[in-house]
Design a protein around this ligand. Sequence first.
Ligand code: AMP
Length: 418
Amino acid sequence: MYKAPRGTADILPEEQGYWRFIEDRAIALCRLYGYQRLDTPAFEDAQLFTRSIGEGTDIVTKEMYTFKDRSGNILALRPEGTAPVCRAYLEHGMDNSPQPVKLYYLATIFRYERPQAGRYRQHYQFGFEAIGDADPTADAEVIEMAWQFFKSLGLGSLYLYLNSIGCKVCRPKYMESLKRYYSAHVSGLCSDCKTRIEKNPLRLLDCKKPFCYDVAEAAPKSTGYLCQECETHFEAVQTYLNTLKLPFEVNHRLVRGLDYYTKTVFEIQPLGEGAQSALGGGGRYDDLIEELGGRPTPAIGFAAGMERVVLNLKRQKITVPSLTTPPVFIAHLGNEANLEAVKLASTLRKDGIAAIMGTGDRSLKSQLRQANSIGSNYVAIIGEDEVKSGTVTLRNMMSGEQKTAPPAALGDLLKKVD
Ligand code: AMP
């Protein structure tokens, strides 16, 4: 027997209601904030990701699904959503449109990670990007939108963490200070952190291992090294967030896993859980578009992991709207009734009414049992008598009440009772 590959999951019919609910709320939110949908391919030139996410990051060094196609092109399954959006923004000349350009996506993401609860090798993200706006109001708007996304789903008990990791002017000094500090605290660090000191020092701050965590707590803070511009920007973002009454907390250990971030970074987490369980996160990436060959273009974005949202909807016992009204079940007995049932099913569906036909040769009792199991509220019965009189008997499965009508009148009858 084959199984779904490790770290992937089937989304079964009974789960689909959660997914549709999240997607519907995401799309409605994007309309409110003026974002347009962009779909990009599931794979891209691998270099797009190595250059943007960063050579030293876990995603690039350990987690990318990179492969050579039959023409020898080196491609990678999308390990994140922002770089493809920026690639498309440039490729389609959106840099010549009035700025900012606001785009959103709902997309599969692939990372070769160690699977655990809420961590998969294929997952889905809802993300949005505001490209071409340097103003701190853009940061506040994106953060508010992210917050509103979870609120619109009915999720409560959330934490909003905020930090600024500076820009290419002030970050190098901070990196040096961080390296110096860590070089003095090497012994006891986990092996990953030991290699991060040279390769990816910022990530030292969000290691979850107990010893590394304590060392990170006492590490120099990025906000102590911000240049004037970054500091003013960070203060303004906080003022706007306070104006919007968003309950944020500055977290000096918040750095995010991708190299392209500048200035503002933020994350939304469910109460009482570690950063491993972040529902979503984002930040500014003011240098990325230029890095990818465009003009200097400031931008900010956010992405949420849909599986984790589903997990939290379940944990918080949030009921989601049911996906469909149950279909009318057509029970039939005998060959002639079978033909009438085929016709009736087709007519009802053309009339916009969902209908399912009973399986032939089964007793009425067994067909009614089947109707019950799929949750049908109404069963249309065609037996010998109905064939003779050219009618259909409609049974209300809740009350047991029955009505007889010609097949052509059934659609209207059902619409009335619905
Ligand atoms: P990132 O692109 O790492 O900023 O991730 C954005 C969001 O996607 C995270 O906050 C998680 O909710 C979700 N996410 C990231 N990696 C995974 C994964 N391997 N499995 C499931 N969800 C993930």
